[in-house]
Design a protein around this ligand. Structure first.
Ligand SMILES: C[S@@+](CC[C@H](N)C(=O)[O-])C[C@H]1O[C@@H](n2cnc3c(N)ncnc32)[C@H](O)[C@@H]1O
Length: 269
């Protein structure tokens, strides 16, 4: 029933370009509130295509990337070899964020980044517990987690479950059908607000969305399973004892990721 993320990413990796990396860098800078990552260690959990790892590397960080899916690991390696072939400090490994011993074995990092990952593990709360072992005083945790949209989220779960059962040769058609429905809804919504051009602008500027590609994001979105959601206050409460909330952004309706930036409080000695 698991979605093969890596297969999708391998295709995307071939079209990673400098401007996509630049967009990803811009996103990191803006949300982290940091101009560069010189001297910092960066853990990219569920690295997928490797795009964010590349962006963090370009900003000066020392990178460890891991993913559960072997094809994603291969993909991150391919991307690394394309842009940073001679970097011997960059570790890329296969690993599972739900495996506590594995997480502990990695040690601690200045920045722990898990964008769109923990909600696809099958147990996002355990994953959030495990990544705490990768933090030290003042570490930053940057998470993107699906927002709980009530009945809409339940429908999306069903859409994803159906995707996993559709024969492989019909999967692109299924993605097309499902995305046409959401796109039409968005187009009508913007038209009613007298902003139809805004709809086409979003398409044109899609790469500004962390440097991602519309089609690969759609496949990932429609197929991405397991799938869990959470409400912001649940996540705030989960971290509140030992972490400050440094930044928060809700992407709003639709795919509805909530972005969180937590900072580990200093431990009293
Ligand atoms: C939606 S993709 C996001 C990829 C990337 N972080 C990004 O921002 O584009 C989710 C990734 O999480 C990985 N993943 C899923 N479960 C995981 C687990 N238990 N441990 C580590 N990675 C996992 C998937 O293989 C996939 O590459």
């Amino acid at each position: 029933m698991r979605f093969k993320f890596g297969k999708n990413w391998k295709n995307f990796a071939e079209i990673i370009t400098d401007d996509k990396i630049l967009e990803s860098e811009k996103n990191l800078k803006k949300f982290l509130g940091l101009e560069n990552l010189k001297g910092k260690t960066f853990l990219d959990i569920g690295s997928g295509s490797g795009l964010s790892s590349i962006a963090a590397r370009r900003m000066g960080a020392t990178i460890t990337s891991y993913d559960y899916d072997l094809e994603s690991v291969e993909c991150t390696k391919m991307v690394k070899n394309k842009f940073f072939r001679n970097d011997n400090t960059w570790k890329i490994i296969q690993g599972n964020v739900l495996d506590l011993n594995f997480c502990k074995s990695l040690g601690t990092f200045d920045i722990i980044y898990a964008w769109g990952v923990l909600h696809h593990t099958g147990d996002q709360w355990k994953a959030m517990e495990n990544i705490k072992y990768n933090t030290k005083d003042e570490s930053l945790i940057y998470l993107a987690l699906y927002n709980d949209q009530g009945s809409t989220s339940k429908i999306w779960k069903l859409v994803k479950q159906i995707y996993s059962k559709v024969p492989f040769f019909l999967k692109p058609l299924y993605v097309l059908l499902m995305s046409s429905y959401t796109e039409l809804k968005r187009f009508l919504y913007l038209s009613i607000k007298f902003q139809p051009l805004e709809y086409f602008r979003t398409f044109k500027n899609y790469k500004n969305n962390r440097g991602m590609s519309y089609w690969y994001d759609m496949v990932d979105w429609i197929g991405g399973y397991p799938f869990e959601v959470s409400k912001p206050h649940e996540v705030f409460n989960f971290f509140k004892d030992n972490y400050y909330l440094e930044n928060f952004h809700s992407e709003g309706k639709g795919k509805g990721n909530n972005l969180y930036l937590f900072k580990k409080k200093r431990e009293r000695k």
